[in-house]
Design a protein around this ligand. Structure first.
Ligand SMILES: Cc1cc2nc3c(=O)[nH]c(=O)nc-3n(C[C@H](O)[C@H](O)[C@H](O)COP(=O)(O)OP(=O)(O)OC[C@H]3O[C@@H](n4cnc5c(N)ncnc54)[C@H](O)[C@@H]3O)c2cc1C
Length: 470
């Protein structure tokens, strides 16, 4: 293929895809909105930082260095600090960032945009000191920042263990770890792991052991009911999860804490797939939508592939395998049988794991006064009282209430609202349509883009000339 393949996202999935493609000499444009490559899992500390937490405990540097060698290859044009914000015409991406703005016509597009934290609003969730598990891990990995004081980690899903164990390794004083799922369902997840992915199960057991030996108490079947504090959080109320998914306030327990880390799951970042027009489908384990894909990870749109956490939450190992499988499909070669077999096994396991962690009833800790849409400052009471709520569609609700119309474009509130409204799967599938820019970018760069003219044809977009001349 003479045209470059554009990979959006330089996390484990994007880097692995770039490695496989570049090994066959394929030209690639790899675009990522972070300063450094690595995505969430391999997030790196800037070279100039010297911090106390032991770097080796927080990130897998050796494995990242191996994957990141691809960035220096002549066939790879890497654009860091750059956001893909839209698709002005078929197989064309519009980008803007530190490296400038423009459009590229691609021979193939790989969406490897990763996931984001799913929030669970409760009274006090906007207080300073309350943060998401993903955000907390990012602060530790990319800035060497670890919460001080007593820390409570609460949520639902594997990231609870990851966040708690990583914080302990980094020196935080984690006093309580609270998982909403019941012991019985967690045991079934562990059993599935024993058969399908013993290595991953071993990592999970290692995390549990680290929590256990630190002296932090690990509790299942409990959730956050409330956080209290005047200027920032000072105490956290936890309670058993009731049959209706609400905290059983008759058994509320208050824990003194300066930091509350909440991890109520991850949601695939599907904005790019939606804006490229890819068909979406409902995923029961996530109670959300993912792009429809065939066995070679091709979406419904010709030439467009979706891989990694942006296509379904599977973790780093699934992301790396998916990058390789998509690369083989793009190159028109069949993936080695051990790669396909290994992927099928791990993919089946991640689906079981997501289902095992899914709560029988969606968790609800918000009261009528709790803000759900932070950008538009909409409370649960306002959403529930909206005349369009009864129509069972987020699109209708968005039009009348402005839910999801702010800066985050619904990334943070729409999943929450659909769970609180008990929307049916087909209503979730028709989540409000995504409009560019899919992520915030400076207006000046968009204005500059108005002057860039049509997308550069493959022979016009040739950053490789200068590399080849060197
Ligand atoms: C906040 C967060 C923290 C996490 N921390 C951990 C952890 O510590 N340990 C662990 O085991 N798992 C962690 N996970 C899970 C982890 O994301 C995955 O297992 C793994 O990193 C998935 O790889 P990926 O390549 O699919 O996505 P990611 O690693 O998320 O990489 C996607 C990349 O694409 C970029 N991107 C997205 N949209 C655009 C766009 N429009 N334009 C340009 N670039 C874009 C993102 O900024 C990111 O760099 C975390 C997840 C999240 C959401």
């Amino acid at each position: 293929m003479s045209e470059p393949v554009v990979i959006i996202g330089a996390g484990p999935a994007g880097l692995s895809c770039a490695n496989e493609l570049s090994a066959c000499g394929q030209r690639i444009v790899l675009i990522d909105d972070n300063i450094n490559a690595g995505g969430q899992y391999f997030r790196q500390l800037p070279g100039s930082y010297h911090v106390t937490p032991d770097a080796k405990l927080l990130r897998d540097k050796q494995r990242f260095d191996e994957l990141a060698k691809v960035l220096a290859k002549p066939s790879v044009h890497y654009l860091p600090s750059t956001t893909v914000w839209g698709t002005p015409s078929p197989m064309t991406i519009a980008y803007a960032g530190r490296t400038g703005s423009g459009r590229i016509k691609a021979g193939g597009i790989v969406i490897a945009t990763g996931a984001q934290d799913r929030s669970l609003p409760f009274t006090g969730w906007t207080l300073p000191g309350v943060m998401s598990a993903g955000g907390c891990l990012n602060l530790a990995k990319a800035h060497g920042l670890v919460p001080s004081g007593r820390v409570v980690v609460a949520g639902n899903g594997p990231l609870v263990l990851v966040a708690a164990a990583t914080m302990i390794a980094a020196g935080a004083n984690v006093v309580r770890v609270v998982e909403a799922q019941s012991d019985f369902r967690l045991a079934s997840a562990a059993l599935a792991g024993l058969l399908a992915a013993p290595k991953i199960l071993g990592i999970g057991i290692g995390y549990r052991k680290r929590i256990w030996t630190s002296g932090a108490r690990f509790q299942t079947g409990f959730m956050v009911a409330e956080a209290k504090g005047v200027y920032d959080v000072t105490s956290v109320g936890i309670a058993p999860v009731g049959f209706d998914g609400k905290p059983d306030r008759s058994r509320l327990e208050w824990i003194d804490a300066e930091t509350l880390v909440t991890g109520y799951g991850l949601m695939p970042g599907t904005e790019a797939a939606k804006v490229f027009g890819c068909r979406m489908e409902y995923d029961a384990g996530l109670n959300g939508v993912v792009p429809s894909r065939d066995a070679s990870l091709r979406t419904s749109e010709t030439g467009i592939y979706a891989i990694g956490d942006g296509a379904g939450i599977g973790g780093v190992e699934v992301a790396i395998l998916e990058g390789r499988i998509a690369a083989h499909a793009i190159l028109g070669s069949s993936a080695p049988s051990e790669l396909s077999a290994g992927y099928r096994k791990l993919d089946a396991y991640r689906r079981k794991l997501n289902l095992a962690y899914r709560m029988p009833t969606a968790l609800r800790a918000a009261t009528d006064e709790t803000i759900i849409c932070r950008c538009e400052e909409l409370s649960l009471g306002q959403i529930l009282a909206d005349p369009n709520r009864g129509r069972g569609s987020l699109n209708a609700l968005k039009i009348s209430s402005r839910l999801g119309m702010g800066r985050c474009q619904g990334r943070n509130c729409l999943h929450t609202a659909s769970a609180l409204m008990d929307l049916a799967p087909d209503a979730i599938e028709t989540h409000p349509r995504m409009r560019p820019p899919i992520k915030p970018i400076p207006v000046g760069l968009m204005a500059a883009d108005a002057d860039v003219g049509p997308a550069l044809e493959p022979d016009e977009f040739n950053p490789w000339n200068s590399k080849e001349e060197q």
